[in-house]
Write a protein that binds this ligand. Structure first.
Ligand SMILES: [Mg+2]
Length: 205
């Protein structure tokens, strides 16, 4: 989402305040609102130790004797807020209150989200910790909430294409469901690129 889109989005939030429609925004935590260095630690039968990022862990083939340690995911390791999504979340809370947004995370604990609120001065909103990374779990939770609480619209923010696809497949009569893929890595890629160019420039000088 570009800066222009962010502006348009904020304008839309203000417009909705006037219209007071029943809308819920659902935010993923990891790599949508905050970037961390949490890793899965694996001790192999041979004694060898591996540290896998969540992306690498998702495609890791488990072997007999592997011992997994997920303790990094009980907190936030080296957290950095993703600026523009955090800004959207703050705007939503500011305009519509703490019931207008919810954190929906695959993590098994609510504590990391609370830590994120504390670190970035965000009022506490409801947290749903699924303890399961199956995209269908997120989709089914959204479907349940859409039916039960009579929302007119649900907007979902997530960096996982699989989660987005699962939510896009949902059909709930009378409820508009929007799924937005957060491509924060594009920003990180360009930031690194500029940083490298900048660094090289200095080296040449
Ligand atoms: Mg995520």
């Amino acid at each position: 989402m570009s800066k222009q889109l962010l502006k348009t989005y904020i304008r839309q939030i203000i417009k909705e305040t006037l219209e007071a429609e029943k809308k819920l925004r659902v935010f993923d935590l990891d790599d949508t609102l905050v970037k961390t260095n949490s890793k899965v630690h694996i001790t192999k039968a041979s004694g060898e130790e591996l540290y896998l990022t969540p992306a690498k862990y998702a495609v890791y083939e488990k072997e007999p004797g592997d011992v997994f340690d997920y303790s990094d995911f009980q907190g936030l390791v080296d957290p950095k807020a993703i600026g523009w999504t955090t800004k959207i979340l703050k705007r939503v809370i500011n305009k519509h209150g703490t019931d207008a947004a919810v954190i929906l995370t695959a993590r098994g604990s609510e504590e990391p989200a609370r830590e994120f609120f504390r670190l970035y001065d965000i009022p506490e909103i409801p947290i749903v910790a699924l303890g399961n990374s199956d995209p269908e779990m997120k989709a089914q939770w959204i479907k349940y909430v859409a039916k039960k609480f009579g929302y007119k619209e649900i907007e979902f923010f997530d960096d996982s294409p699989k989660n987005i696809a699962a939510v896009q497949r949902l059909k709930v009569p009378g409820v508009k469901i929007i799924a937005r893929l957060i491509l924060h890595w594009i920003w990180i890629f360009f930031q690194n690129l500029f940083h490298n160019l900048h660094t090289n420039h200095h080296v040449i000088q």
